[in-house]
Ligand binder design. Structure first.
Ligand SMILES: Nc1ncnc2c1ncn2[C@@H]1O[C@H](COP(=O)(O)OP(=O)(O)OP(=O)(O)O)[C@@H](O)[C@H]1O
Length: 318
């Protein structure tokens, strides 16, 4: 679904490559965390997937397309298969919640009837039922991020890219957002999320790809924020047989007994109401006109007037 073949990315004026010979494959339906220190290359990866940047060397394939061979004219159509969420929400500050979400459908030419049905559905999915008439500044930070997620997924993208989506939120609100992203992933959308939030990564136990100075230093199927390879896993390997399975059952039984602390049990994300009035809010200072343009570019929402043929030419092939 996403494949990086020996990708190096250098930016003009920066002698050190942001990404250095990256090989990475993400399968359909996966939930992948990109972790690493500031400047390690996480956002560059996401920008390459979006074709916002081009690799200096190597190739990036997304949804069966070699991105190097998609013409600029077709990039907006390619991007319709991708939803994007950012740390700072990037909502249109003079539009209501409903209009923010509807906008991304209107600019790709969806009918009024479609918009009227799809927007309430997705607002319900993200837990904002009944809040369509609010302005962004009347929402908590978590609610604003839910609007941004609704906007990103209303067109049912195959891939959702999230760049520090909880970076402006308190831990309880973040937990609610992560639960929502898990639900979206559970519905079949592949999610790639760049984050610094160790607690979230540790709790979710999903695939973790760690970058250091533009290189992948770790790729774990059920990883934590830090290297967890040294932590003993009590899950028996298939070839360890019945005895191991029995031992595990006993250990789990012991873990469920009060006052027993010796065995780690899986932790799930709790449902937390997302109404903290103190949660940080997105900046309302953006100019909406330039925001419209930048959103149109970033979200692949340009021009509703192209023929369907164009769209089909860049449709997914895998
Ligand atoms: N447009 C650009 N021009 C020049 N250098 C850039 C540009 N974008 C990123 N870089 C450099 O590339 C490297 C990787 O940056 P990138 O934003 O991908 O890292 P990151 O892991 O996402 O960081 P952060 O967690 O701070 O967002 C950094 O050294 C950064 O300074």
């Amino acid at each position: 679904m996403i494949r990086f073949d020996t990708v190096t990315k250098k930016y003009a004026g920066n002698p050190r490559p942001a990404l250095n010979g990256i090989d990475l494959e993400v399968q359909r339906g996966e939930f992948v965390f990109l972790v690493g220190a500031s400047g390690s290359g996480k956002s560059s990866c996401l920008q390459l997937i979006l074709k916002e940047q081009r690799p200096s060397k190597g190739s990036v394939h997304v949804l069966g397309h070699d991105l190097g061979s998609i013409s600029n004219r077709k990039v907006p159509y390619f991007r319709r298969n991708l939803g994007v969420v950012f740390q700072d929400f990037r909502l249109l500050t003079t539009k209501t919640v409903f209009q923010n979400v509807a906008f991304s459908l209107q600019v790709i030419g969806k009918s009024r009837g479609f918009v009227q049905e799809a927007v309430p559905d997705v607002l319900k999915l993200v837990g904002l039922d009944g809040k369509g008439g609010r302005m962004p500044h009347e929402l908590s930070g978590g609610e604003q991020q839910r609007v941004a997620i609704a906007r990103a997924v209303v067109n049912k993208p195959q891939i959702l890219l999230a760049d520090e989506p909880t970076g402006n939120l308190d831990p309880a609100t973040s937990a609610g957002i992560m639960q929502l992203l898990e639900r979206i992933n559970g519905n079949g959308t592949t999610v790639v999320m760049a984050t610094h939030e160790a607690a979230i990564v540790d709790r979710m136990r999903r695939r973790v790809v760690e970058l250091v100075d533009g290189r992948i230093v770790r790729d774990e199927t059920k990883g934590g924020y830090g290297d967890t390879a040294s932590i003993i896993d009590i899950t028996p390997l298939p070839d360890r047989g019945e005895q191991a399975a029995k031992a595990r059952e006993e250990a789990e039984e012991a873990a469920s007994t009060p006052d027993t602390h010796s065995v780690a049990v899986p932790v799930t994300v709790e449902s937390v109401p997302d109404t903290d009035p103190d949660a940080p809010r997105a900046s309302a200072e953006h100019d909406d006109t330039s925001e419209h343009l930048s959103l149109v570019d970033r979200l692949g929402l340009r021009s509703a007037n192209r023929s369907n043929d164009d769209e089909q030419n860049v449709g997914p092939t895998t």
